[in-house]
Structure formats: structure tokens, C-alpha cells
Design a protein around this ligand. Sequence first.
Ligand SMILES: [Zn+2]
Length: 323
Amino acid sequence: MLNNNGKVLYCHQVPPHYQEKFILSGYRYRFSLTDCLRSIFDVHNETLNFWTHFVPAWYFFWHLIFLLDTHDFINDRYSWPLFAFMIASCAYPFSSSFAHLLCSMSHRTRHICFFFDYAGLSFYAFGVAIAYRAYAMPAMLLGTTYATLYLYSCFAVCLLCTVVTCLSRLLLEHFKYSKTLKIAAFCVMYFWVSAPVMYRLSLYAAEDPYANSHWVFRKQFVLAFVTCFLYATHIPERFMPGKFDFIGHSHMLFHMSSVMATNEQINALLIDMKQRKDDVLDAGDVLPFTWSIGALCLLTVMNLVIVFTFIVYLYRSDHGHDD
Ligand SMILES: [Zn+2]
């Protein structure tokens, strides 16, 4: 049985910090851990937010297992960035799905769940940066100071994004532009990481000797734009509040477009990786362990330090007190 006599609640029955714009019903409120886990198969306004990231996480994991047949992730240094990227692609939908599943336990738990969700996105973005540096950097930029500093700068920007987005949650009830701040932080991280590929597809497109992946990358950028648009605008529920509480709301669609974008990114990077392999090996430009799997592990540790710092702050302050 669920709490609240097994019923989900209307928005006016839950505190403001549980309410989502234009979603009027289907709220779980103060569920225990067991109730949250049981609610996976119940109908509420987070059901599809869970499934639209949980199933793709397993799909990406299956893709990683499939890649084991054709790639030697232990001995082949050239494939390590792909391994780091695939792990990152599996991790962010997993952390997001569990954030949506467990976020109705308490105000404090809600904050903690989404801290991990944001750290997961930062982890994913850095995984993308590693793969872009290894397989997708425009040929004319290789060997430049930009290529040398690219991963250093992405590392810093991804960590900064975790800090700013977690902070934006704490400002939620005190600063009316907190969501704008969060979106801005994600956009800066996305554009910073994607800059070399955007340059490759625009100003460098005609000269690029590795053009096979261009159309796949373009699909990925269109889907990424759709993802951001849905998240920022709350379309379609803003036009018919209450009609999309359980299915078809912007967050569900945002989840679907984000994983479709990731899928296109995997396809594009596999094309680039295959096409460039001989040239990269000849040039001796293979990323070392420290800048592939090693850097991703270090970013994970630093992201966890940031998240646990915010959690400690939650417990020592009035933020996230029980409802
Ligand atoms: Zn989500």
C-alpha cells in the first residue's frame, strides 16, 4: 500500500516545493523508500519520468556489452575514451531515473536526489568531452593549444556546473531566476563541450576529411535543442494544465529527446572512431589513461565531494527541513 491511503494527491495538497508548473495532479508525498520502490508500477506524475530514463540506461548498457565483441577495452588504448563515454552515457539516465523515483520521500531527500541527477549530467558531459577530444576534434585543431587545454577546461566547466546547479536548487524558494540559472549552467557546459564539433560542422565542414559522421551529429544537435526547448518552456502542459499530468508532459518528452540525442552521439562517435583510427595511431595522438578513464574517475570523486558538501549543508541549515 502507498502512503496517503494509497492515493496520489492534487498540487494544492502538497507543499510548493513539490509542485511542478502546470502539473495539477498525480503527486506522491512523503512516501517511504519501500513505497517509492513499489510505486514504479503505479500511475503518478513521475512514473514515466522514471521509465523514460531507466529503460534507455539499460539499452546503453546493452550497447556497451555489445561493443565488447568488437573492442578490446582492456588492452587497446584507442578504445578507452569510448569506454569512458559509454559508462557516462549509462550513468546519467540511471541517476536521473532513481532521482525521479525517490524524490517524493521528503523535502531534503528531494534535494539530494536531484543533486545526484545534476552530478550525473556533469559526469556525462565530461564523458562526451573525452570522446570528442579523442575521436571528433577537427583535424586542423589537433596539436594546437586549444586541443591541449580542451579537456582541462571541460573538467573545470563540468565541476562548476555541478556547483551552480546544486546551488540553484537551494535558491529555488528564494530567487525567482533559479531555474534560469540552472538552465544557463547546463547550456554553458553543453556549448563548451560541443564547441569543437559545432565548429567542425559549420566553419570547417567543407574541409573536414572525416565528414561521414556530420549528418548524425546534426541530428544529435537538433535533438539536443529540442531537449532544452522542452525543459525551458513546459510545452505542452502550459497550454492545457492538468491534461498531461501522467503522460505526454514536457519532462517526459525532454527525457526521450535527451536519450535519442545520446544515441545519435554514440552512432556519430563510432563512425568517427573507425574512420580516424589509422591517422590517430600514426600521429601518436591517442589519449593516455589519465585523460580518459582516469580523468573520469577523478571527476566522479570531485563531483561526489561537491554533492556531499551540499548534503552536509542541507543537514546543518534550515534548507530542506522536513515538511
Ligand atoms: Zn528528469
